[in-house]
Every structure is written in structure tokens, then in C-alpha cells.
Design a protein around this ligand. Structure first.
Ligand code: HEM
Length: 205
């Protein structure tokens, strides 16, 4: 789970970085060019396949881990005082994961399905920048994107340091550093993603 988690963490850096070209104030020209390259280059399409496999393995591993944890403790603790130090979101990683999966289904329906119909069925090329404007200026989608990103924030706040811990990095020097890095990463990435719908909604773009 640590490996697939780190792989997805790396994907989010690339995805947020490439999408951030919408802020270049050129009416989405750079962003659309980048998006065209990413969706039409065969190396990228091969990597995309790896990405989807990464997502699926991560979800399956999460389900197995939840079952193993439940099986290890079939009878619930009578006192729950011991968990007071554990953050609430660390105990709800599965629920947050499900919310992110729902978010992802909505997100792919908005931005990915049409690109694929263009590639495989010869439909007209999508202007992804204008598509963003169309989606993010509708209140329902805007709110659902914000909810999905809030779930992502909490999932990452636990997931980042947990991934390193799963890979065996757990000592007095590194763990506090990894924790701080995890908070910085989660806040910056989610804020950057959130600024995209916000920028369209309030008319900055
Ligand atoms: C709200 C900010 C976001 C925006 C504006 C955005 C935009 C886009 C766009 C335009 C595409 C289509 C790329 C193309 O094929 O031309 C895309 C694809 C995708 N997005 Fe996002 N995205 C955002 C957040 C996220 C988040 C948070 C995740 C993961 C949790 C994510 C996961 C994906 C995946 C898996 C794909 C399909 C693979 C790919 O084409 O790279 N996106 N996104």
C-alpha cells in the first residue's frame, strides 16, 4: 500500500503542476497544448494505463487491509480512550477513500470520457480549458469538487506519512520530518487543485 500510495502521490504532483498552466493568463492555450500532448502521445497513454492499475491495486489493498484489521479484532474494545490520540481522519481512511473514488468517477466523466471518444470514435477535439469553465461554473459540480478535495486533503494528511511508515521509515529523526512534509504536501496540492474551480467560479479565469 505504501508503494501504490507514493505512486499516486507522485501522480498528483504531475497532474496539479500541468493543470496549473491554466493560470498562465493565455486563455488556456498552454494548458490545452499540454493536455493534447498528454492525451495523444502513446508513451503517456501507456503511463495512463499504469496509473489506472495503480489506482485499482491501491483500492484492493485498502479493502484487504480493512478486512485484516477487522479480523484481528473481532470483538470491539470496551474502552475507546486509547484512540483519543489518533486523529479522526486516520480512522476513516476507508470512507475517505470511497468519497475520493466517487469524486474520481465524476471527474473522469467530466474530463476524460470525451477525450477518449475523440481518440477512438473520431469525435471533435475537446477544448479542456473551456470544458473546465463549463463544469466549474455550475454550483452543483463546484460544491461536489470542493467536497471531493476536502476528502482528498484528509486522506493525504494521514496517507503521506503512513506510506513512509509502511515502507519501514520509522525513527526519531525522520518521522517528525516526514510528518511535516506530509502536511505541507497535502495542503499545497489540495489548495492548488481547489484554486482551479474557484478561479473559474469567481471569474478570475
Ligand atoms: C480540481 C482540480 C482538477 C482539475 C481541474 C483536473 C483536470 C483534469 C483534466 C482536464 C483531465 C483530462 C486530461 C486529458 O486527458 O486531457 C483530468 C484527468 C484525470 N484526473 Fe484530474 N483534475 C483535477 C483534480 C484531480 C484529482 C484530485 C485527481 C485524483 C484524486 C485527479 C485524477 C485524474 C485522473 C486519474 C485523470 C485521468 C488520467 C489522465 O488523463 O491523466 N484529478 N483531470
Amino acid at each position: 500500500m505504501g508503494f501504490t500510495g507514493l505512486f499516486l502521490i507522485a501522480f498528483l504532483i504531475v497532474h496539479a503542476g500541468l493543470n496549473a498552466t491554466i493560470f498562465m493568463n493565455d486563455d488556456g492555450e498552454t494548458f490545452n497544448k499540454t493536455s493534447h500532448f498528454m492525451s495523444h502521445n502513446w508513451i503517456m497513454r501507456f503511463l495512463e494505463l499504469g496509473l489506472f492499475i495503480g489506482f485499482i491495486i491501491h483500492i484492493v489493498q485498502g479493502m484487504i487491509l480493512t478486512r485484516m484489521n477487522r479480523a484481528a479484532r473481532p470483538v470491539k474494545y470496551s474502552k475507546t480512550r486509547y484512540i483519543s490520540k489518533i486523529k479522526w481522519y486516520s480512522r476513516y481512511m476507508g470512507i475517505l477513500g470511497i468519497l475520493i473514488l466517487l469524486y474520481l468517477i465524476m471527474h473522469l466523466a467530466h474530463f476524460w470520457v470525451e477525450t477518449k471518444s475523440e481518440l477512438y470514435f473520431g469525435a471533435e477535439e475537446v477544448n479542456q480549458y473551456e470544458r473546465m469553465r463549463e463544469v466549474f461554473t455550475q454550483p452543483l459540480w463546484f460544491v461536489l469538487y470542493m467536497v471531493g478535495l476536502a476528502a482528498l486533503l484528509y486522506h493525504l494528511l494521514h496517507g503521506f506519512q503512513s506510506a513512509f511508515q509502511s515502507l519501514g521509515m520509522n525513527d526519531k529523526t525522520w518521522t517528525p520530518l516526514v510528518k511535516k512534509l506530509g502536511v505541507a504536501y497535502s495542503v499545497i496540492i489540495v489548495l492548488l487543485f481547489a484554486l482551479m474551480p474557484i478561479a473559474f467560479m469567481v471569474g478570475w479565469l
